[in-house]
Design a protein around this ligand. Structure first.
Ligand code: CP
Ligand code: NVA
Length: 313
């Protein structure tokens, strides 16, 4: 049973196929071309808050002909101590796939192991691969100007600012490396990537294309994409004060944007905190493509689900 728990769970050529399908699905939205989940029920299990992921998957399952079953973990017996193993086994008896947003990466792996279903990682503390596949797709779409080719990612320089040890930084590094793009992770040294990121590359036998710097100007210089994420990820609220103080020099603002390439763009997975990780001017500028990026979650995730359904037939 194939699942999508990490960016590298698809090979680069499979991922390129996913993107081509997403491009077709976007062009032909609602034309009824793909009914691959017909008759199936896909669970959406959320242990953390969500706007984009929840909406895009719920709509996406419906548009592929399936029935989405939305589950807030607080409403399930798992919140009263039922184990992951038993919950997964039960889901395996009713559903055809599960989309999970949770804390520990091990939990999505266990859901896949015990449910016997395809599982999609809709964000863990470690990774957010649906978002970063969408980001790669959106970069191709933007720079492709009307045509679509993953080769456009080769040699692109993506500078990521702020919390470089968060799920977005790790998934961005993995997804970009799969397509030959470079990622410069830039933030305070205390929040630099841990050995976990090296281990992810090693286990996937993928050559790292990321580097780390604490110098925002050096990171921005010559970049094609300036990217940031919240400074306080879900689950890190206790560290808020310290994080806001330490990450303040890494705000993406107009001064930083001027150092990037002339045709560079701003990206953010959202939700954004304007005035913290990004200035309101950059977030609202014509070079900010955050809403295209958010919309593309739908098209890319439909392509991921359709691909898994096809692979697991
Ligand atoms: N970017 C993202 O995953 O957004 P949500 O937290 O709203 O789902
Ligand atoms: N790093 C953020 C991403 C939100 C989409 C978090 O985990 O909260």
């Amino acid at each position: 049973m194939r699942s999508f728990l990490k960016d590298t769970d698809f090979s680069p050529s499979e991922a390129a196929e996913v993107f081509s399908l997403a491009y077709r699905l976007k062009k032909q939205r609602n034309a009824g071309i793909l009914n691959v989940l017909r008759g199936g029920s896909w669970g959406l299990l959320f242990f953390k808050k969500s706007t984009r992921t929840r909406l895009s998957f719920e709509v996406g399952v419906h548009e592929l002909g399936g029935h989405p079953v939305m589950m807030n973990a607080n409403d399930l017996q798992i919140s009263r101590g039922e184990t992951v193993e038993d919950t997964a086994k039960i889901m395996g008896r009713f559903l055809h796939g599960i989309i999970i947003r949770t804390f520990k990466q091990e939990d999505v792996e266990d859901f896949a192991k015990y449910s016997g279903l395809p599982v999609i990682n809709a964000l863990t503390d470690l990774l957010h691969p649906c978002q970063t596949y969408t980001d790669m797709f959106t970069i191709c779409e933007h720079f492709g100007k009307g045509s679509f080719d993953c080769d456009i990612l080769k040699g692109k320089r993506i500078a990521f600012f702020g919390d470089t040890a968060c799920n977005m930084a790790y998934s961005l590094s993995l997804s970009a490396a799969m397509f030959g793009a470079e990622v410069v992770l830039c933030g305070p040294g205390e929040f630099r990537p841990s050995k976990e990121l090296d281990a992810l590359f090693k286990s996937a036998k993928l050559k790292p294309t990321w580097s780390f710097t604490d110098d925002p100007s050096a990171a921005a210089k010559g970049s094609d994409v300036l990217y940031t994420d919240v400074w306080v990820s879900m689950g890190k609220e206790d560290e808020k004060e310290e994080r806001l103080k330490r990450m303040a020099p890494y705000q993406v603002n107009e001064k930083l944007f001027k150092l990037a390439k002339k045709d560079s763009i701003f990206m953010h997975c959202l939700p954004a905190h304007a005035g913290e990780e990004v200035s309101p001017e950059v977030l609202g500028s014509p070079r900010s493509i955050v809403f295209d990026e958010a919309e593309n979650r739908l098209h890319v995730q439909k392509a991921i689900m359709a691909t898994l359904a096809e692979m697991n037939r």
